[in-house]
Write a protein that binds this ligand. Structure first.
Ligand code: CU
Length: 470
């Protein structure tokens, strides 16, 4: 964290001090200062320096963009530029983003705010910003060629509109979108209601993140921009598990999570241990009569979903995309299924010819997490995150909601792993077992089958290190 950010954080925590100091430092400049953030840590939320109070959002592995007030207008400065983003420790990507990071900082405003957003382009090609979901004058909608000329490299454009509708939104370019979004250009936007709203509850914790995806060959740094579906890195705010921060809450906190999808496929988001309501979309709060409890909600491409629950069960609760390939890192899809194949003899023969040959997955893929595989530079194993009881065997779009009884009020620092009270954890059984019930009835559709070597599953051998695309 650089000293500028530290300063802003300290000032932000002191409430109104931020506005005053920010204004004096930049009062003479034509543009609001372009605050840059490069740390992958989640920044403590900025308390609102001016105007109506609200409970600020927490951007996972991200931050909220500071602003200055200028004669009743909230002014922001976004800078589109190349950035280096650590996706997880050991894996860095050369992306494009805003103000030092991909995604860009969250823009957080209050319904009715008058806004002026300066957008400076430091990319090698033109860009624009579309304010996804906003009610605004057509000429502020940011579709290059349609509602404005593109912002050329080196130029700054100004967008001005009023935040008319409270809710959860996002921003992204509408210029060479395929490239610019594949490179990480996007950000979240939250508009808080200006007064108590019948459909918007107050919450203790309010998280926001975007679903995004990259296709980066193991050992390289720049995403392939032509990939349409076969991405190998599935991320939240351009971070992958175990690099995604946990969502830390106190027992019985009311929690809101705002999730936007700017990938090329849908993501069924699944929370363990609790039921939630979908309380909003990018169209605004959902009418109460349309809400029902779920544990998984699908976030389709270009959508935002806002879920809410009361965290009334202590523990470390998994929260992830339910597409199992999206909780993996840097995997290839052309690995044959090897379960049940005994290739010890074959592997021994091949190893005598090619010493570093290895076979994958004869007992399932979980072995992969323990294998001492040689990895190319700048890549991480496809299932990595370690928990208190071993490998979590997941990567990608996965994090943990940590619900704690003893977290002090206002302290949302990352607690230790959950200590399960005695008698509340699955345990190994050492006694004698009766024959289990099975359905092998005569004329039934199942029958006993002994697993035999090479029983019809094609045997293939791969060289180690081939974890990505060919
Ligand atoms: Cu997914």
């Amino acid at each position: 964290m650089n000293s500028r950010r530290r300063f802003l954080q300290a000032a932000g925590l002191a409430g109104g001090a931020l506005a005053a100091s920010a204004v004096t430092r930049v009062a003479l400049a034509g543009l609001p200062e372009a605050v840059v953030q490069t740390s992958p840590e989640t920044m403590p939320p900025l308390h609102p320096p001016t105007g109506r109070p609200y409970n600020p959002v927490v951007t996972l592995n991200g931050w909220t963009l500071p602003w200055r007030m200028n004669k009743g207008v909230k002014e922001f400065h976004l800078v589109a530029e190349p950035v280096v983003r650590e996706l997880a420790p050991g894996l860095k990507a050369h992306l494009w983003g805003y103000n030092g990071q991909s995604p860009g900082p969250t823009i957080e405003v209050v319904e009715g705010d008058r806004l002026r957003i300066f957008v400076t382009n430091r990319l090698p090609e033109h860009t624009s910003i579309h304010w996804h979901g906003q009610r605004l004058p057509n000429g502020m909608d940011g579709v290059s060629g349609l509602t404005q000329p593109a912002i050329q490299p080196g130029k700054t454009f100004v967008y001005e509109f009023v935040a008319r509708r409270p809710g959860t939104f996002m921003y992204h370019p509408h210029a060479d979108e395929m490239t610019q979004m594949a490179m990480g250009m996007m950000g979240s936007w939250v508009t808080h209601p200006k007064a108590k709203h019948p459909l918007i509850d107050e919450v203790d914790r309010d998280f926001v993140f975007l679903l995004n995806a990259y296709d980066i060959d193991p050992g390289s740094y720049t995403p392939r921009i032509m990939t349409m579906l076969d991405f190998n890195l599935w991320s939240w705010n351009s971070r992958i598990f175990p690099g995604i921060d946990s969502l830390n809450v106190r027992l019985n906190d009311k929690v809101r999570v705002r999730i936007g999808n700017l990938t090329m496929t849908n993501h069924p988001m699944h929370l363990h241990g609790h039921e939630f309501l979908v309380t909003g979309t990018d169209g605004g709060p959902t009418p109460k009569g349309t809400r029902w409890y779920e544990v998984t909600t699908d976030v389709a491409v270009g959508q935002m979903r806002q879920i809410e629950f009361v965290a009334d069960e202590e523990g470390d609760w998994a929260f992830h995309c339910h597409k199992s390939h999206h909780t993996m890192n840097a995997m290839g899809h052309d690995v044959p299924t090897m379960i049940g194949v005994d290739h010890t003899g074959l592997a021994r023969k091949i190893t005598s010819l090619i010493p570093d040959y290895m076979v994958m997955g004869e007992r399932g893929m979980a072995d992969m997490t323990e294998m001492e595989m040689p990895l190319p530079d700048n890549s991480i194993p496809m299932m990595t995150g370690r928990g208190p009881f071993g490998s979590v065997e997941m990567g990608g779009m996965f994090s943990v909601v940590k619900v704690r009884r003893n977290q002090k009020r206002g302290d949302y620092s990352n607690p230790e792993w959950f200590r399960h009270p005695p008698g509340t954890q699955a345990y190994e059984f050492g006694g004698a077992l009766a024959e289990p019930a099975r359905d092998f009835s005569p004329g039934g559709t199942s029958m006993p089958r002994a697993q035999e070597p090479g029983d019809g599953i094609e045997l293939k051998v791969r060289k180690p290190g081939h974890a990505g695309h060919e």
